[in-house]
Design a protein around this ligand. Structure first.
Ligand SMILES: *[C@@H]1O[C@H](CO)[C@@H](O)[C@H](O)[C@H]1NC(C)=O
Ligand SMILES: *[C@@H]1O[C@H](CO)[C@@H](O)[C@H](O)[C@H]1NC(C)=O
Ligand SMILES: *[C@@H]1O[C@H](CO)[C@@H](O)[C@H](O)[C@H]1NC(C)=O
Ligand SMILES: *[C@@H]1O[C@H](CO)[C@@H](O)[C@H](O)[C@H]1NC(C)=O
Ligand SMILES: *[C@@H]1O[C@H](CO)[C@@H](O)[C@H](O)[C@H]1NC(C)=O
Ligand SMILES: *[C@@H]1O[C@H](CO)[C@@H](O)[C@H](O)[C@H]1NC(C)=O
Ligand SMILES: *[C@@H]1O[C@H](CO)[C@@H](O)[C@H](O)[C@H]1NC(C)=O
Ligand SMILES: *[C@@H]1O[C@H](CO)[C@@H](O)[C@H](O)[C@H]1NC(C)=O
Ligand SMILES: *[C@@H]1O[C@H](CO)[C@@H](O)[C@H](O)[C@H]1NC(C)=O
Length: 476
């Protein structure tokens, strides 16, 4: 402990030195603390608020010798309420807590007075409009930030914005457009809605595979932490009879509550180990099954559609400079596969957390997650020749390619990038057995509707039970 007199002495010394412009106690240039990734936003898979990806410390700004000449973004809708099937499970498990009519004690005591956010089925599946993590706010904010970052690429021409035909996605696209174009949105953006139907074939942001799938279905019972949580809560409140599925549903309340409110008490009900397991289970669901990850054989052909089309954009000097597209999480994950990003050497184990896996869904598909390809025009430096390069940015983290990082800022020469991605991609139409009467390639990037008619919402937001277009009309 520092004695009074010592303290007085040091204070006097510090003052004296400060007067000379040399304070001896200064802020550290670098914090010495790391919180070991202890941010629960990293352990909720794709269910909760946006967070930037963990990265590699590479400057987000274009390298000093380079200028971005084209930006191609694929963006998930923003924060939202759960889809009906998921919401029903959550409501059911919460009802179980109330079923005994006993006052809950212990870690669930707050739930006696907690007010649900799921009492209005009309807003299930919709983007959130409230709270600091609001989905609509996120879309607008990203648009504003990207105007600052990429505004030099807009020269006053009219720019298409592509959205798959799902209401929350269209709303995100519009909000982004308003943020990016500001008061020019109503006249200078063309919102194009691409229906989410299988017969769009390859001309889609949400392509379908017409074959079966080959991947296993992850099982909650195979990860012990869910049973451990059930046991703990059932012991605290005898008679609850919570199952592992109930635990999963109750955990879902936390991230989804946060999508529309500043705070969720549900985070405190579960341990960090349980949250890590929850996040990993979500990774498994993305990796396998219909999650669009490398563990399913349909992912590569599906992702090849966008990967191939964007190769054409990057190599086409006459193409536009701004390509903003909006879709679901499981439409971005196949593209990551086709671009060779976050593809682990081995499949993820189903029965324990693989801490060393690079497949972390919280890093690439949180709500509002986005994958950005930047084309860079770079002047010669002592290290790099003048040329065109490509950089991949995932949720604001620059992700260098393992096999091509010999450009400025660890970017990849466009020529090499093109060869690599051409090599990785496969023929979607053949592999996915697309019927010949459906579109065989993606054409909307070049052939879009030059109308502003869909830039704004028309009509009330209705319950979203099926595929709904901008007008609340079912898609033909
Ligand atoms: C590249 O060089 C040209 C010609 O000197 C210059 O106009 C341009 O600003 C340079 N670009 C960058 C990103 O430094
Ligand atoms: C709990 O209370 C509700 C409403 O008061 C009642 O309908 C229900 O039967 C009670 N359930 C049990 C298990 O006592
Ligand atoms: C953008 O909007 C402002 C204000 O309405 C208008 O003066 C300007 O001409 C617009 N720019 C373009 C390129 O249309
Ligand atoms: C995926 O595997 C299943 C089962 O083997 C097979 O029926 C299907 O054709 C495969 N799909 C693709 C796109 O390879
Ligand atoms: C996962 O759980 C299921 C059902 O409890 C069981 O049949 C299966 O063997 C388990 N798989 C692994 C890999 O532990
Ligand atoms: C819990 O399970 C026990 C034994 O199966 C049963 O007697 C009891 O009614 C159940 N309680 C609730 C609230 O479901
Ligand atoms: C393309 O794939 C072949 C076969 O896997 C490989 O030998 C070649 O090096 C690859 N080329 C590039 C540019 O990655
Ligand atoms: C790749 O894209 C080009 C240009 O859009 C298209 O002509 C071609 O058919 C596509 N190839 C595949 C395999 O989808
Ligand atoms: C473009 O979109 C508008 C508004 O939905 C529609 O009326 C028009 O028919 C479309 N034009 C073409 C060429 O598809």
């Amino acid at each position: 402990m520092v004695g009074i007199s010592t303290l007085a002495f040091l204070t006097a010394l510090a003052t004296a030195n400060a007067q000379l412009g040399q304070p001896i106690f200064e802020e550290k240039q670098f914090s010495q603390q790391f919180y070991d990734n202890y941010n629960l936003l990293k352990h909720i898979g794709g269910n909760g608020p946006y967070s930037d990806s963990e990265g590699y410390g590479i400057n987000r700004d274009a390298p000093a010798s380079c200028e971005v000449s084209q930006v191609i973004m694929l963006h998930r809708h923003g924060e939202r309420y759960p889809d009906p099937s998921v919401a029903q499970g959550m409501v059911g498990s919460f009802k179980k807590l109330k079923a005994s009519n006993k006052t809950l004690v212990g870690s669930l005591a707050f739930a006696n007075s907690w007010e649900t956010f799921l009492d209005n089925p009309d807003i299930w599946a919709e983007e959130t409009v409230s709270g600091p993590y609001s989905g609509l706010l996120n879309g607008f904010h990203r648009g504003v930030v990207y105007r600052s970052r990429y505004g030099h690429l807009w020269n006053g021409e009219n720019v298409p914005i592509f959205s798959s035909g799902y209401e929350r996605i269209v709303e995100t696209a519009r909000r982004f457009g308003e943020g990016f174009f500001g008061y020019n949105y109503s006249t200078n953006a063309y919102v194009n809605i691409i229906p989410e139907v299988a017969d769009q074939g390859a001309n889609s942001l949400t392509p379908t595979c017409f074959t079966g799938n080959d991947s296993p279905t992850p099982n909650l019972n195979n990860l012990t932490q869910f049973a451990v949580a059930a046991e703990r809560l059932n012991r605290e409140n005898v008679g609850l009879n919570l199952t592992v599925s109930d635990i999963y549903n109750l955990m879902l309340l936390a991230p989804f509550e946060l999508n529309g409110r500043p705070f969720s008490p549900w985070f405190n009900v579960f341990t960090l180990e349980e949250w890590i397991t929850f996040g990993y289970y979500n990774d498994l669901n993305y990796f396998y099954g219909t999650g669009g990850g490398p563990g399913a054989n349909i992912s590569l052909p599906i992702g090849s559609v966008y990967a191939n089309a964007t190769l054409s954009l990057l190599n086409d000097p006459n193409a536009g400079k701004l390509f903003f597209s909006f879709c679901h999480d499981t439409n971005i994950t196949p593209v990551l596969v086709a671009l060779g990003l976050f593809v682990p050497k081995n499949d993820l184990p189903l029965d324990h957390v693989d801490f060393h896996s690079i497949y972390k869904s919280g890093n690439f598909v949180p709500m509002g997650g986005h994958l950005v390809l930047e084309r860079l025009e770079c002047n010669a430096t002592s290290q790099f020749p003048k040329g065109t390069y490509v950089r991949t940015v995932v949720n604001e983290a620059v992700i260098p390619r393992e096999n091509c990082q010999n450009g400025p800022g660890f970017s990849c020469p466009l020529k090499d990038y093109t060869n690599i991605v051409q090599n990785l991609t496969v023929d979607y139409v053949t592999e996915c057995q697309v019927p010949p009467e459906y579109p065989q390639y993606l054409s909307f990037f070049w052939n879009y509707n030059q109308s502003t008619a869909l830039n704004y919402h028309k009509g009330d937001i209705q319950a979203q039970t099926g595929l709904i277009t901008w007008d609340d009309q079912p898609i033909e």
